[in-house]
Ligand binder design. Sequence first.
Ligand SMILES: [Zn+2]
Length: 1007
Amino acid sequence: MRSKIAPASRLKMTGFLFVLLGSVFYAAQAFPSADEAMLNYTLNVTLDINHSKITGVARIPVSKGQELKFSTGRLRILRASLDQKELTVPKQDETLRILPPYEGILEIEYEGLFQEPPSQFQFGEPSSIIAGQGVFLTGSWYPKPEQLCLFHLTVSLPEGYETVSEAETINKVTKDGKAVFTFSFPHPLGSLDLIASNRYKVVKEDFHGVEVYVYFFPEDSDLIPTYLEHTKKYLSLYNQLLLPFPYKRFSVVENFLPTGYSMPTFTLLGQEVVRLPFIPETSLGHEILHQWFGNLVYIDYKKGNWAEGLTTFLADHLYEEEKGRGVEYRKGMLISYQSYVNEKNEFPLGEFIDRTDEASEAIGYGKALMVFRMLKRMVGEKRFYEAIKYFIEQNRFRKASWEDIEEAFEKFYQKKLDWFFRQWIDGKGLPDLHLVGVKVKPSGAKFEVSFTVIQKGRVFMLDLPVSVYSHLSKATNVFHLQGEKEQLKIVVDDVPDRITADEDYDVARMLSIDEFPPVIARLIGDENRMIVLPPRGVEIFQDVIDRFKEKGVSLSEPEQIKYIEPGTSSLLILGADNPVVAKLYGSVVVRGGFGVLMKENPWNRWKVVGIFNARSKEEVGAAFQKIFHYGKYSAVSFDHGVNVYKEIDQSTRGITEELLKKAVAVEISTLKTLPDVVAHGAGKKIIYVGETHYLFPDHVMELDIIKDLHKRGRPFAIGMEMFQSPFQKVLDDYIGGKLDEADFLKGTEYFKRWGFDYQLYRPILLYARSENIPVIALNIPQEIVDKVFRSGLDSLSEEERKSVPSQMDFSDEAYKERLKKVFLEHRDFENFKTSSFDFFYQAQILWDEAMAESVDQFLKTHPHDQMVVLAGSGHLAYGSGIPKRTARRNGYDYAIILNNAALEKGIADFVLFPGDIPGVTSPMLMVFLREEAGKVEIAGFPQESASEKAGMKVGDTLLAIDHTPIHTIDDVKIDLLARKKGEKVRVRILRKGLLGSREVNFDVVLP
Ligand SMILES: [Zn+2]
């Protein structure tokens, strides 16, 4: 019957509460349970402000044998009598029991002291107080019976006081320095409350037969017009939507205590919050609606509190809908539900009594409003309001339950709704829907999209809207689901590109991972949390550590965190410079004196990582507690406790799957040629050129770009994926003319480490050497990447870890998805069978990050240079591999040029189509070789081998090709580089025989 805006301790602490709890208000006081005869209760009290004292007399006509129980709290009962004859009444445990021996007038005299300041409370109530700052009396400030009463209250106060209680009329008589107030409320009530102050400025207006009062303190009297206006607006809204306002009088009363209550005929708003804009705009409307739901129709708490959900639905949610933000509001509710509610704290909506924590709020307000939303969609708007009006009419001044709501709706819907209420009110949880097996096929001139909706866990009956989008149209069907698996289809007129289920959040359901952004609520709601301590300055974060310790958390040093954590806990990382941040995301920016940045855990998207950063202990002290009210945000920042930044990460709307790709088109008149491309790229610090390694035309393009750039005269270097950084000195010596080609190729172990025909790269390196353009080895040693591919980053030795960049960003989900496809395509390859996707992914990221670091290091030491980076297209497409990782390190601008890539948005700045350009491949001996102890032996032959035809055999050792002695496979490859196809060579081999080995010569015409 009363509802409360918010726990006062939170208000006291922050003055901010409403922002975050989003103006969710709740009814708190359990209603008398017994449905006994109503009492006619006359109460006269006198308040002695200076002594914090109340004295009073209660008079109640009683009948013989009618057992009465009064809750007396801390009151002192002075005397009890029946028709003036004193009764002996044992007082026990804050309860007074009376069994009248005969019919008569029961009179109870009492007194009480209410001097303590209100105690700190959370999700509770402030206690009563009589003091100079004001009077607030609630609960047992009079002998409070269990049953509903008709109250007749008279209060005597010093002159100058104004006072409010549940009343349709208040009469005031001033005499002898005293003000005597008489209240009348001609309806049954569960309890009385009293608020008084000698500082109220009172303004009254008549509004369609209702006397509207505003009681504000002088310092806030400028707000009176705003509150009057909004009060009239809400009264008129609900007069039309529901039934006329039930009382003759309504007051908005400012309270010196941080309360937000709604009692019959008045609402009490704490002084700390009345200036917040959303209090008159949203919270006041919510409280006024409680005049109908809770204060006119009472709540039968034994059967659950339906009033908060219904009030939130027709107040907070309705206002958001009117502003066009209904979808976001409902999605926010579902995000809260999924963040805070888990298997342990979940309960059926029918068991909701009161908000005691975030989880109960998510159920009693959030889930409940979604249930009313579904009910409204099912029965239709007109019948919805008819049923609600009927429900109010039938239950005026009565305790009502979900069953009464069900009955009202069945009457107007003309169908049984038992299934709906049992499912949503009696059952726990929300449906978990999945869209699988989505297929598109042509159907005549149209397209048919077929799919299956699976419900995991408990199966619900529900109406699911599903839309299929195409570039020309959108088709929406609402499917009535009732099974665990439903095969469905939608026919659309033209090529469908996207399917989305429940895009408007019409269904109370679990969100898919793409709809569920990493927000602070997920960190607060996760029961398994680990704090990663900062490498230094732990004292700055002591408040954070202490607070989360209370809530249960384990502590870890940064070194203890592996690359792949099992993903069973969410992480709270202290310090944006924490090495664990670098290990997961490369680097992040957390703004403000104190800030929190939420990210998905890249190894388990259902877990989150919160990065807490602070300039000082003072900044933490001023802001940290506030984050608990900023649960819906992914990033928040504060300066000296003032919020300066807040943002929610993007997430998908609805359960969505992409269907057929939209056709892309190129405007032919805008086609460019290579010089245009270089002209654009030349202005950038870094030009990335992507290749398919074995295609000659790609390398011709690369060299063309290099030559064009060189002619422009600015210094630049060529960065190459094909060489590994430990061999930089060899590269330098070759470019500097200190080494010949053969020694360069041997020195960089080119054939072993890269292996593609050197003719592909030879022109580029020859040109670089002749023009003295530095070539930078970008790659990390192959051995390390191989080891990570086989057994993960965590398997590297201390020594090997030195080659691993300290910054590694694993959070690019789109890149991860593309790499997953690559991994699955290669799954049948022998070496892939020994790996796992996580290891494969780590190896790829290691590779990219290492190359990005090499690019960055060169540019740091050569700040005036540009760089052309040559790498496989996979490392460059969409910027995901190297480009964005370099930019994260230095912020330089760049252009990406790919060869023969798919034309897709964002894939590159330019895609070149070089056409057929002939290349010169090296001739081959057509033998498989193996190298052992300085000997090169024939291990086998491919089909149609010229060497085999010439007479060579498996097991022969190669000694020389013409005059070139052969000791290594490199010797063979280097010798062949200089030869042409069709050339005849003499190969000298050593053949083992029964009588010892002998040398033999063979002439081979190189194919
Ligand atoms: Zn409420």
